[in-house]
Write a protein that binds this ligand. Structure first.
Ligand code: ADP
Length: 495
């Protein structure tokens, strides 16, 4: 085995990051860079693929410089990425034919409505585990094919390639020699049949996407080719790919049926491992490929809260009642749990299990004595209540976590995690490394390059830094949850 290091690329929605680890997955160096967001029309969100590529190259070079390593010192590369965002490029020049359409982009909402009216939603759910929604890649790809001049004809002639961001990066890193993705990213395109693990012929026809445009789908740990010399200055094997939330589950060593992780960044994403069963949801959660190793699929149930850390940013940047996010902890510690004031941060509607796009945010229950402290504390509480809503939906679908592993920026807040444990009524575990997403990508590279014998060896590497045990009385919890349910009922459908 050559090299002493692993290199993990985390291509996120607002920034790109590269972390270099030693073979014990200790962080040696890292670099991060934001890149521009484009909002050409209301509801549209695009990234220039060249910005993405430039930022990935820059942070990779910076991290390698900081670690003082060359390509020869790196054993393998792992990639994790913002999911669903789709791009189409020219196979010869490697140039994108249009900007990447980002997962947040809603331009295909009407198209989705039209398809729904044709009664095809059940077909989509049954094959992909997803809901018929602009969020996923399929309608974004269809939009580019139908709206960029001459593109469909070029697609028919096999001149173009389609991919999510992992696939685009892989193409660029390998100098255009590999067109592939992994099963987790494929599972978020709405074109991939999660049961047969194949691109779904019926869906390709429905969305009018030629099969020849699509990448080869591989295991999360696979031979994804080697970098060309121009990229890192020498050949390095690319050994792993997973979408960001699935990579976080891997980073959290969530390999057993029932294991659950919740990532608290801008939004909050909960995934429960459901083993070899693709559990359908009656609560509008998503059935996903959590991972695929050696052809064996592990499924997951996923729910998300649109506004989590961004509610804290709202307190800081819009309401301007805090100076920094970490300050929320001291405020909540002094204030204590709030029962009468509720902040419902439904700024962009409510996600699972409500799925109410018309709901809007509200602060409820104010009295003359309510002020900044109550609003800040109630905002932290709201993120915990929303997690509880997701966990309840999962339980109703048949998977009840007995403990939850957390990561992401918000989990630095001990008060929030104690309240979360109290509200979920299960222990909340925080690992020593809360950067689970990029760590998950490094583990994939470690497994593929045989630094670890089995991906499950990650369980031995995972270390708990803190555990928050539920300590709240049943009566108090039920009263708080009833208060939250009342607040949610009051904001629903109130455009
Ligand atoms: P992303 O990857 O989505 O950019 P991060 O995982 O970096 O997000 O988390 C950043 C988010 O966490 C921000 O929205 C910030 O408001 C929130 N955050 C950071 N520190 C704290 C804290 N101590 N308490 C509460 N929220 C915090």
């Amino acid at each position: 085995m050559s090299g002493k290091y692993l290199l993990a690329i985390d291509q996120g929605t607002s920034s790109s990051r590269t972390v270099i680890y030693d073979h014990s997955t200790r962080v040696v160096a890292s670099a991060q860079q934001e890149f521009p967001q484009h909002y050409p029309k209301p509801g549209w969100v695009e990234h220039d693929p060249e910005d993405i590529w430039r930022s990935v190259q820059a942070v990779t070079r910076d991290a390698m410089r900081a670690a003082d390593v060359t390509a020869a010192d790196i054993t393998a590369i792992g990639i994790t990425n913002q999911r669903e965002t789709a791009v189409i490029w020219d196979r010869k020049s490697g140039q994108a034919v249009y900007n990447a359409i980002v997962w947040q982009d809603r331009r295909t909402a009407e198209y989705c409505d039209t398809l729904r009216a044709r009664g095809v939603e059940q077909l989509v759910i049954a094959a992909t585990g997803l809901r018929l929604d602009p969020y996923f890649s399929a309608t974004k790809i269809a939009w580019i094919l139908d709206n960029v001049d001459g593109i469909r004809a070029r697609a028919e002639k096999h001149e173009l390639a389609v991919g999510t961001i992992d696939t685009f990066l892989l193409w660029r890193l390998t100098g255009g020699s590999v067109h592939a993705t992994d099963a987790t990213n494929a599972s978020r395109t709405m074109l991939f049949n999660i049961h047969s693990q194949q691109w779904d012929a019926e869906l390709l026809e429905l969305f009018d996407v030629p099969r020849s445009l699509l990448p080869d789908v591989r295991d999360c740990a696979s031979d994804f080719g080697t970098t060309d010399d121009a990229t890192l200055g020498g050949p390095v094997a690319i050994g792993g790919i997973a979408g960001d939330q699935q990579a976080a589950l891997i980073g959290q060593a969530g390999f057993e049926n029932g294991m659950t992780k919740s990532t608290y960044g801008t939004g909050c994403f909960v995934i429960a491992n459901t083993g070899s069963t693709a559990l359908p949801s009656s609560n509008k959660l998503l059935t996903i490929v959590a991972s695929r190793f050696n052809g064996e699929v592990t499924y997951g149930l996923e729910g998300s809260v649109f506004v989590a850390g961004s509610a804290i940013q709202w307190l800081r940047d819009t309401l301007r009642i805090i100076d920094s996010a970490p300050q929320t902890q001291a405020i909540a510690e002094q204030t204590g749990i709030i029962a009468d004031v509720h902040v419902v941060p439904a700024f962009a509607g409510l996600g699972a299990p409500y799925w109410d796009p018309h709901a809007r945010g509200a602060i409820l229950g104010l009295t003359r004595g309510s002020g900044r402290e109550q609003i800040v504390t109630a905002t932290l509480q709201a993120v915990a209540y929303q997690t509880r809503d997701l966990i309840d939906a999962m339980s109703d679908d048949g998977i009840t976590p007995s403990v939850i592993r957390v990561d992401g920026g918000m989990v630095a807040n001990d008060w929030f995690l104690q309240f979360l444990a109290d509200i979920l009524d299960i222990p909340v575990e925080r690992p020593d490394n809360v950067e689970s997403t990029v760590l998950g990508a490094a583990y994939l590279a470690a497994y593929q390059s045989k630094i670890i014998d089995s991906i499950k060896d990650v369980s031995d590497l995972w270390q708990r830094e803190a555990v928050f045990e539920p300590a709240m009385s049943v009566d108090q919890r039920e009263a708080l949850l009833a208060g939250w349910a009342g607040a949610v009922a009051r904001v629903r459908g109130s455009t």
